[in-house]
Unconditional design. Structure first.
Length: 267
């Protein structure tokens, strides 16, 4: 267990196992616990798993602003610094995949390979169904409070529907999101970073070995993003996870761990 601070924001992380270090970045409203079962497998495969709570999530601090992908990428690099790791494979799940892409493009010396699990593709719009659900979560947060929003409309989001009917998944998701503080939803000013490039336009610049995976039961937009990313990064590989939805980390952690280990050459 460790802590580091960047930009006056305290970041909580765990550093487990020995061997090749791997940085794990979780998704929005979740925290590092979503990796629990995956990390058990990675440590057993003699990998060193470094995972942290994004700012505004879990046990990390929740600033009033600073939630752009550039902020998250800088935080991830600070966690690597705290763990005395110069460069590592980066495994990003959902928005964590977007953060991993940001790292690979803006600080390529810190990223030796990529595993992108159901990644968000920055600078692309969410599909209408999912975007509408996000708007309802924001309205419920202002009206009823963040916990009610998490255990109400967010738990019913179409994002989870390919996963949530399976035994124990709904309960585990509710446990993970119940404590999300919602600082991003309550922010009075949105973070803006002006730049003349987009992530999709620069995907061909990424030159590290890359595995992209998405669940067969994902929303179509997430499957399309995975295909676009895999098509844009030369030599990358795309895996469709049969019978799994967006919460594949909880549905079949052993499979996800095998994919990661195999991609890193430890299998």
């Amino acid at each position: 267990m460790g802590e580091t601070t960047r930009d006056q924001v305290r970041l909580h992380f765990l550093d487990e196992g020995v061997g090749q270090p791997v940085l794990l970045i979780h998704g929005h409203t979740l925290d590092l616990r979503v990796w629990d079962a995956v990390v058990e497998e990675l440590v057993a495969a003699e990998l060193r798993a470094i995972r942290y709570d994004l700012r505004g999530h879990g046990r990390s601090e929740r600033p009033e602003r600073g939630y752009h992908l550039a902020d998250h990428a800088a935080d991830a690099a600070a966690v690597l610094d705290a763990a005395a790791v110069a460069s590592a494979p980066v495994v990003g799940y959902s928005i964590g995949g977007g953060i991993a892409l940001e790292m690979a493009l803006t600080m390529p010396d810190r990223v030796s390979s990529l595993v992108l699990l159901s990644p968000v593709l920055p600078d692309r719009d969410y599909e209408p169904e999912f975007f509408a659900s996000l708007r309802e979560v924001a309205r419920a947060t202002r009206r009823d409070g963040i916990r009610a929003a998490m255990l109400g409309p967010w738990l019913e989001s179409p994002l989870w529907q390919g996963s949530i009917g399976k035994p124990g998944i709904r309960e585990r998701l509710a446990e993970l999101v119940a404590g999300f503080p919602g600082a991003e939803y309550l922010a009075v000013e949105r973070d803006r970073v002006e730049r003349a490039w987009t992530v999709p336009g620069r995907l061909p610049e990424i030159a590290v070995p890359t595995l992209v995976a998405a669940g067969e039961l994902e929303l179509p937009g997430f499957r399309a993003w995975a295909a676009e990313i895999a098509g844009g990064i030369t030599g990358s590989r795309l895996e469709l996870l049969a019978g799994l939805g967006h919460l594949h980390l909880l549905e079949d952690p052993a499979l996800l761990a095998r994919l990661i280990v195999g991609h890193l050459g430890n299998g």
